[in-house]
Design a protein around this ligand. Structure first.
Ligand code: ATP
Ligand code: MG
Length: 352
């Protein structure tokens, strides 16, 4: 492994099959950095993170494989990226424990992602959930990653990882680079319900990369809309790379589903069509049935090659196992170097 290249780390929880939110929020950035020769890319199945929320053993097993297959199907390439399982590299847990000595409980309790998951699973507020951002900081710092391609929901965790790195470097003279949030467009894909974000663990919120045309049509048809006429308010303080608007129906109620629909239109058909639709929304009105049908078709066209590749990979069990075994080994080698350095600097070196 070259030392002059910048490093990239990202991962996806093994909690189901990938959806459009993962695709735009994480995968697109992961692919772009894989193609860029100045980076060494490490992409893991974040299977240990899966147990921070309630899970079934059989589902975890199936999801670990599903994420690997999805990674390969979207074009992550084992020749250019290290593809591995987080749980196969025990140094993630080891570093996480060392780093936890640098973080206050209050800081973790105030992270928005922690508050969201507490709302989603009030009966499951575990230590694993609370310390999940520390494990994520360990994931990143273990590979001394400079760039972290993730969706905007993970931004507070990148900030936490930067703080941990800064503190660790200043207290123990470690050499962690401060990791950066990386995203191209689509850093936040809203749920099909219009409430919250698209999430693997929220039923009815997502379109999977493996959905067929009929399923996509059905899911898009269910996005709640309005009469087709209303007002658009463009947000000047757009925080995303996508055009940012809010939609109000004829009664002045916010149409959150229309926003989801328009974001998907922009991503799959371009911003000029979204602008045309916005103009019609404020004049003659929109006919959602047609818009939805066209959109479903565009989504399926983008997903079809991924699905064809995935179908082939499903039959290549030996190849897929070999890819992960090799990736695990490469990740372990790099992780061991960092852990040795950290142990030395924290005072766990040899007696003499
Ligand atoms: P879960 O419900 O299990 O948390 P998830 O759908 O939120 O699943 P994660 O595995 O937590 O997916 O996240 C994987 C990556 O996908 C992260 O980089 C995350 O920021 C990104 N991501 C997840 N959902 C979205 C979304 N709706 N829009 C943009 N990015 C997203
Ligand atoms: Mg998530």
């Amino acid at each position: 492994m070259s030392k002059t290249k910048q490093r990239v780390l990202s991962g996806i929880r093994a909690t189901g099959q990938l959806h459009l939110g993962n695709y735009f929020g994480a995968i697109k950035g992961m692919l772009a950095l894989q193609e860029d020769a100045q980076y060494e890319t490490f992409y893991m199945v974040a299977d240990a993170h899966s147990i921070t929320t309630p899970y079934q053993v059989a589902d975890l097993r199936a999801s670990r494989l599903a994420v690997v297959l999805d990674y390969l199907a979207v074009g992550l390439d084992p020749q250019r990226s290290v593809l591995f399982l987080q749980s196969a590299v025990p140094q993630h847990f080891e570093l996480s424990f060392y780093l936890s000595s640098l973080v206050s409980v209050a800081k973790m309790q105030h992270l928005p992602t922690f508050k969201d998951k507490v709302k989603q699973h009030p009966e499951n507020v575990t230590m694993a959930l609370l310390s999940y951002p520390i494990l994520m900081a360990a994931d990143i710092l273990l590979y001394k990653a400079n760039q972290v391609p993730v969706g905007v929901d993970q931004k507070p965790h990148i900030e936490a990882a930067r703080e941990i790195a800064r503190k660790c470097n200043s207290l123990y003279r470690t050499t962690f680079p401060l990791p950066n949030f990386f995203n191209l467009a689509g850093e936040y894909i809203p749920s099909l319900t219009g409430e919250g974000k698209m999430s693997k663990t929220v039923d009815g919120s997502y379109i999977n990369l493996s959905d067929d045309l009929a399923t996509i049509e059905k899911k898009i048809a269910r996005i709640p809309t309005d009469s087709g006429k209303g007002q658009v308010k463009s947000l000047s303080t757009a925080k995303t790379k996508l055009h940012d608007s809010v939609y109000f129906d004829a009664n002045g109620q916010e149409s959150k589903g229309v926003k989801t629909l328009m974001i998907l239109v922009e991503l799959f058909a371009g911003s000029s069509l979204r602008k045309e639709y916005e103009a019609s929304y404020q004049k003659q009105g929109l006919r959602y049935a047609e818009i939805k049908k066209d959109l479903a078709k565009l989504i399926f066209e983008e997903l079809m090659p991924i699905q064809e590749k995935r179908a082939k990979l499903e039959k290549q069990v030996d190849y897929v196992s070999a890819v992960i075994e090799e990736g695990n080994k490469k990740a372990q080698t790099e992780a061991t170097k960092t852990i040795l350095e950290v142990k030395d600097k924290f005072g766990f070196n040899s007696f003499f």
